[in-house]
Design a protein around this ligand. Structure first.
Ligand code: F6R
Length: 607
């Protein structure tokens, strides 16, 4: 979603601002803009890639040392220069960049228009610039506080005023803002990756807080002007984590980082002696977990498919009843939470608006709320009662890859932790731990097939439709594989539980509608084979993913991809890898923008 960068210091602001915007490109956007305090203020906006903005800024070389910049992902009003941020007030003194949605903007706009303000854009954001103008009496921070008290909706914002040459005001409610504190300079951004190159000292704003930044220092207040004291903390991942290295795309780099992602997810979390997992982040809620009877997993997109996997994993390893729910649906349900219900929110970014709203709703209803989050210090991580970090490292590619595999691993560890205190034996626990420890090398082995999978992509990337099928542990993987193909290669793909084929989708099967059958030799293998036969009988092409050494399949299907054998429950961490590679190679061959697919954003901070 939209990105914000702000800088106040001694160097020309244009450099950290444009560089920061480039770091935020992965979040998805359609236009960008910048405002720098010079006399008169420098203000440029462009549609399309940040490169266009960068060329203008280098050409004009504005000298000011205080500025804000923004990448916009259109919500209210189409992508255009007029709708791009920063937006300004009538006097041309207030400059404002905003992430989020102002829900009562029509009301505010009508009121401001009737008192003489004129608007230049179709956005909800512009009303904020005029509202601040109308409330400004020489103190910018006070005007921002008063304006935000009138606002319904969400915001992460950064504001400049021509009469305040060193100062930037930032604020948040619902959309993240992180401050970066350097020597003689201060930064703010919607995502720490935009400032990681300059400083590792960061401060996360909480909802309904406002910060005033000046070179080298900052202060925080609440919207009603109570002072907040907060120390800077050290950012974990350095700037190196966001370099592409020798890889053509971040997505490919991140697919190849999966063995290390699994190692990091497991590090320090295995207790061999007792055949159990150790998860320090859950110790504070140990007793509540002992008493838990019912688990509800909430998440969106790929994290939702990890949630579907969690249902099978927890049902296999524990006696909990488990429900998996899309966060966007869960948040609006009338929840009749049973006693001893635990809600688990899964999110890579830790900022997804629907997941956050779902967890707040569950908390309000008295549930214990846990998080499985990748981004350290993110809002979901801070608002849950307890949780576990996936430690997959920064994921830049818009399509989730390594964070999904890390989620599967940690969900298995969580289920084992709870299950071993109930009826899972030491032997079963030890067998699972051994399987987990074998995964990194097995994923390395699977990655070696990237060339073979590219050849298959060459053969199949011209098809317009695909069916992905799997059963039990492989059902979420069928959904995830289909999602990857849709979002990266723009190929229509239906993910289905193989048992549902006869209830509809088989009508689609013909020689122009190939099927990806995820069929490792597990407890569902024979049933999967019946489904494959049914597709072949209707002249459908089939690519099968199966376990190494399974010679029986070759004669039955068009193409085979083999993955090493492991515990049935852990096979998803292997079968998903060829599906990621298949989507990746199809996308490259079709000339798609792999790391920044159209219309998508990395972190979905609006509903
Ligand atoms: C797909 C993808 C999205 C995210 C979804 C949830 O590849 O990346 O579907 O999984 O937007 O995001 P998080 O996990 O950050 O809550």
């Amino acid at each position: 979603m939209c990105g914000i960068v702000a800088y106040t210091g001694k160097q020309p602001a244009r450099e950290p601002l444009v560089e920061g915007l480039k770091r935020l490109e992965y979040r998805g956007y359609d236009s960008s803009g910048i405002a720098i305090l010079t006399s008169p203020p420098y203000w440029v906006r462009t549609v399309g890639k940040v490169d266009a903005l960068e060329r203008r800024v280098w050409q004009d070389s504005p000298a000011g040392t205080v500025g804000i910049a923004h990448t916009r992902w259109a919500t209210h009003g189409k992508p255009s220069e007029a709708n791009a941020h920063p937006h300004i007030d009538c006097t041309g003194k207030v400059y404002l960049a905003h992430n989020g949605i102002i829900e009562n903007y029509l009301l505010l706009k009508k009121r401001l228009a009737s008192s003489g303000h004129s608007f230049r854009s179709e956005t909800d954001t512009e009303v904020l610039a005029h509202l601040i103008e109308s409330l400004y009496q020489g103190n910018l921070e006070a005007a921002v506080q008063r304006a935000l008290l009138q606002v319904q909706g969400t915001f992460g914002l950064a504001v400049l005023h021509a009469a305040h040459p060193d100062e930037i005001i930032v604020a948040r409610r619902g959309s993240p803002i992180v401050l970066g504190v350097g020597v003689g300079e201060c930064f703010a951004a919607s995502d720490a990756s935009a400032l990681a190159r300059h400083t590792d000292q960061v401060v996360y704003l909480e909802d309904n807080e406002v910060a005033r930044l000046e070179p080298g220092r900052f202060s925080i207040t609440t919207l009603d002007n109570r002072a907040v004291s907060r120390e800077a903390t050290t950012l974990e991942a350095g700037a190196g984590a966001i370099e592409r290295g020798p890889y053509e795309h971040f997505m490919l780099k991140e697919i190849f980082e999966q063995p290390e992602a699994v190692e990091n997810a497991l590090r320090g979390r295995i207790n061999h002696a007792e055949g159990v997992a150790k998860l320090g982040g859950l110790e504070s809620v140990e007793e509540r977990l002992q008493q838990a009877r019912h688990l509800i997993v909430v998440s969106c997109g790929t994290s939702y498919y990890a949630g579907l996997f969690a249902r099978y994993a927890f049902e296999t390893l524990t006696d909990l009843t488990v429900e998996t729910e899309l966060a966007s649906e869960f948040r609006y349900r009338k929840l009749n939470l049973r006693q001893n219900t635990v809600v688990l929110a899964i999110s890579q970014s830790g900022e997804t608006a629907d997941t956050l709203a779902a967890l707040r709703e569950a908390k309000r209803k008295g549930a214990t709320v846990l998080g499985l989050v990748n981004v350290v210090g993110s809002t979901i991580a801070r608002e849950t009662h307890a949780g576990v970090y996936s430690h997959a490292g920064i994921e830049v590619g818009v399509a989730s890859t390594k964070s999904f595999v890390s989620q599967i691993i940690i969900l298995t560890l969580m289920a084992l932790l709870i299950g071993r205190n109930r009826d899972i034996s030491y032997e079963e626990g030890a067998r699972l731990l051994e399987g987990l420890e074998n995964l990194p090398d097995q994923i390395r082995e699977t990655l070696q097939q990237s060339g073979h999978i590219r050849e298959l992509a060459q053969k199949y990337c011209g098809f317009s439709h695909f069916l992905y099928i799997g059963r039990k542990y492989q059902y979420p993987i069928a959904l995830e594989g289909a999602l990857k193909l849709k979002e990266i290669a723009y190929i229509h793909a239906e993910g289905y539980a193989a048992g549902e084929m006869k209830h509809g989708p088989i009508a689609l099967v013909d020689p122009a509608f190939p099927t990806m059958a995820i069929a490792p030799e597990d407890g569902s293998y024979e049933k999967m084979m019946s489904n494959v036969q049914e597709i072949r009988a209707r002249d459908g092409h089939v690519i099968a993913i199966t376990t190494a050494g399974n010679a029986k399949l070759e004669h039955l299907v068009d193409d085979v991809i083999e993955v090493p054998r492991n515990h049935d429950l852990l096979m998803p961490a292997l079968t998903v890898v060829p599906l990621q590679l298949f989507a990746y190679h199809c996308a490259v061959l079709r000339g798609c923008d792999v790391d920044k697919p159209r219309n998508l954003a990395k972190s979905v901070t609006v509903e």
